[in-house]
Design a protein around this ligand. Structure first.
Ligand SMILES: NC(=O)c1ccc[n+]([C@@H]2O[C@H](COP(=O)([O-])OP(=O)(O)OC[C@H]3O[C@@H](n4cnc5c(N)ncnc54)[C@H](O)[C@@H]3O)[C@@H](O)[C@H]2O)c1
Length: 363
């Protein structure tokens, strides 16, 4: 039986605990705040999944820091991720270390050092961009690999979601100023919180062989009143090493939500959709004259079950190139960091990958 220790018993911690239990894993759920552990047991978990699962061990995160586990999962706010990852690695070498998105703040502090550290430790490290593991992603990849689209002209991704839903899931927060969400420098705002959009764009760019993002041009709409400092709109134009040009829009204002990624080829298109219809993701594909819609039944819990299933494959040594590998999460961090720099300088920013995951790589 696999074991997982989850650090952070908030929204994502409960999702992962439930997904791991549904795969029969032994779960320890930890938090720095005793009120969060109590809320997980009496509120979040039972209200989402019907009843609390007595097999889940609840523990103070500091007291559990040296407890061994196959997988250590960090589901805390972004500005704490890297310090907690280093604290874990100071005490033990899990088989896998998975950190939630976004990995860090746009200053990239600690990113290069963490990458070097896990590479040296020869462990699997990942970042929770779990949309890249979904059935809709697998289906879209299959269509892309047939070559029926001809040469790819562009990719266009959207993660546009009013963040009212996040605050509904966190009734103890009174608004963005109450957490990292209202501070771009701490990994909040549209660029960081909705960075699934950038990540899925990068994922499909890899699938079609277009390489990494080499240039970023950004326009952000910053909110700075009421003690916050975050981007509510994040518009990006991207170009890859192989010359593919496309765009990403992420925002925290759009309702109803739009989560999509369209890959347009000379001869046809694939449109990847999340929650396209109630309870369903979708892949729409076709040509200028035809379109076929494939619906894929999915619950929110399934997103995290797919992540646990993937980690089972990782632990079994079956995964050579994981879409959620740390390097992919770092690639997304570089685009986020380049976006803030581009917005500030009011010009395109180039990513020099030879410089590693550092601000010096942003030119
Ligand atoms: N992949 C996804 O689809 C997805 C979905 C939701 C959230 N997330 C990400 O998960 C992360 C957490 O978000 P959330 O909504 O669960 O937040 P949350 O506020 O609900 O929970 C975070 C928990 O971490 C705890 N915590 C804070 N600092 C800690 C520390 N040093 N040690 C131990 N515990 C600590 C807090 O007490 C809190 O209970 C964010 O990075 C967010 O972007 C990802």
């Amino acid at each position: 039986m696999h074991t997982i220790r989850i650090i952070g018993a908030g929204s994502i911690g409960n999702h992962l605990a439930h997904a791991a239990r549904s795969h029969g894993w032994a779960v320890t759920l930890t938090d720095i705040d005793p009120a969060a552990l109590e809320r997980a047991r009496t509120d979040i978990y039972p209200s989402r999944y019907g009843a609390w699962d007595e097999a889940i061990v609840l523990k103070d995160s500091a007291a559990a820091m040296a407890d061994p586990a196959d997988v250590v999962f960090i589901g805390t706010p972004p500005d704490s991720h890297i310090a907690i990852a280093n604290a874990v690695l100071d005490r033990l070498t899990p088989k896998a270390l998975v950190i939630e998105k976004p990995l860090a703040g746009p200053d990239l502090a600690g990113c290069a050092a963490l990458h070097a550290r896990v590479t040296k430790a020869h462990i699997f490290a990942g970042v929770g961009y779990n949309h890249s593991l979904g059935q809709n992603t697998v289906a879209a990849e299959k269509t892309l690999k047939t070559g029926a689209l001809g040469p790819i002209a562009t990719i266009s991704a959207r993660t546009r979601e009013h963040w009212g839903g996040i605050f509904k899931a966190h009734p103890w927060l009174s608004g963005p100023a109450d957490s990292y969400l209202g501070f771009a420098s701490r990994g909040g705002g549209a660029a960081g919180e909705h960075s699934h959009g950038i990540n899925i764009w990068q994922h499909f760019a890899h699938v079609i062989g277009a390489g990494r993002v080499a240039e970023v041009s950004a326009m952000l709409d910053m909110v700075t009143d009421g003690g916050v400092a975050y981007d509510r709109l994040c518009y990006l134009t991207l170009a890859t090493e192989e010359g593919l040009v496309g765009d990403v829009i992420q925002d925290v204002v759009t309702a109803p939500t739009e989560k999509s990624c369209r890959i347009q080829g000379r001869d046809g298109f694939v449109d990847w959709r999340v929650n396209h219809r109630p309870g369903h993701d979708a892949v729409i594909s076709g040509t200028a004259d035809t379109a076929e819609e494939t619906l894929i039944a999915k619950t929110r819990a399934d997103d995290f079950k797919a992540e646990i299933a993937h980690l089972e494959d990782v632990l079994a040594g079956k995964v050579a190139n994981s879409p959620i590998a740390l390097a992919r999460g770092l690639d997304t961090m570089m685009v986020i960091a380049a976006a803030f720099k581009s917005h500030e300088l009011k010009r395109r920013v180039r990513i020099d990958w030879h410089e590693g995951y550092t601000p010096e790589a942003l030119i």
